[in-house]
Design a protein around this ligand. Sequence first.
Ligand SMILES: Cc1cc2nc3c(=O)[nH]c(=O)nc-3n(C[C@H](O)[C@H](O)[C@H](O)COP(=O)(O)OP(=O)(O)OC[C@H]3O[C@@H](n4cnc5c(N)ncnc54)[C@H](O)[C@@H]3O)c2cc1C
Length: 404
Amino acid sequence: MNNLKKIVVVGASLAGVRACQNLRREGFEGQLTLVGEEKHLPYDRPPLSKTMLTSDQDPLELTLVSNSDLSDLQLELVLGEHATALDTERREVTVGGEGISYDGLVIATGARARKLSKFDHIEGIHTLRTVDDALAIRSGLESSSTIVIVGAGFIGSEVAAAAKQRDCQVTIVEANAAPLVRGLGIEVGNAYANIHRSNGIDLRLGVGIKDINGGADIEEVTLTDGSSMPAELLVVGIGAVPNTEWLATSGLSLDDGVVCDETLNAGIPGVYAVGDVAKAPNRWLGGRVRRTEHWTTATEHAALAAKNLLTPEDSEPYNSVPFIWSDQNEDRIQVAGDTTDFDEVQIFGGSTEDQDLIAGYRHGNSLVGVMALNNMRTFVKYRRLLASHGSWQDALDLSQELQS
Ligand SMILES: Cc1cc2nc3c(=O)[nH]c(=O)nc-3n(C[C@H](O)[C@H](O)[C@H](O)COP(=O)(O)OP(=O)(O)OC[C@H]3O[C@@H](n4cnc5c(N)ncnc54)[C@H](O)[C@@H]3O)c2cc1C
């Protein structure tokens, strides 16, 4: 292990906490400081758009590390403080006007919800990224009967499913031709549109928001096709923006995230980026550079960066099949591999009518991605095939075998 005495981790959520845990597990015994701008103990985000909205779940149940685990980690925990600058020459992070020096740094500042910039002045518009956002939306769901959701990605779709479960009248407004189209393509997107509609959701595709009537309380939304609808609650789920502004003068390469090499090093010895903020090559993707907003990536990045920071001479590359899941009502969607760059999608089994589907994505002669709806056991088999870079023929053979 090299001569690191002080490591600072900025961003106290999934990637930051897991980085601290892995640093200790790998044997780092020096001073470890974790800085986070949220005042809450680090918590898990996936339940924010799921169980936190469908039930009265206590936010404390989402805590990522118990107080006793935190004390075992022997952290200097600085919560409720925003890091405002990084000086890589002095090796110092500025927090609350004070400099915190480091020998090693892990940047884990994640992302924040993208806003509808044109309507920034309207107070009553919700986005969903933090536990406070989820509590505000939950309280809105309790008192509203009409909800409009902008964006039919995973988060918008999950909020829609939760609102439906609470008997709200739900409209989703999506600029694309189908839900989830950017992540899963038009074929699966169309199939997913059927699921929303059969759940009683009014899905408006190929339109945007023209006007919003209201202030602290929203009243009505007008769409670009001229139609309008009542909306007591308006939730925007149109993606996330990486939190890199505090690094503006650091000299690090920033381009929709902190640009890293395949070991997650950010271009300066001892400085690594992990999780939603990191834009790094993934060897499994043939070295293509991606910024990935997936829970599993954040945990894998944290483990790898901790190891590479402590033993840079044995650095390993990030090499993993991308994986994300989403829960909507009783439905579980799982996606593995690359479902954004493909030549063909084929339904291997099931149908949306049966709420049971498995689809494969082909690029050239390779299986590059798989998407499953309520098909966990089959999904695992295709995911394994992806991990071993199976061919499209292997996927077709597996599909035959599973049907026989
Ligand atoms: C509602 C919701 C549902 C999701 N559901 C799923 C799911 O079902 N499946 C899945 O795979 N993924 C899901 N995700 C994505 C997953 O939660 C993220 O990939 C994961 O949280 C990334 O962790 P992170 O630590 O990199 O970033 P974040 O979780 O964004 O954490 C970054 C932390 O850094 C803090 N921070 C930012 N700037 C500073 C600064 N300058 N100084 C100090 N602190 C700072 C932030 O306040 C935040 O606490 C979901 C995300 C959301 C929001």
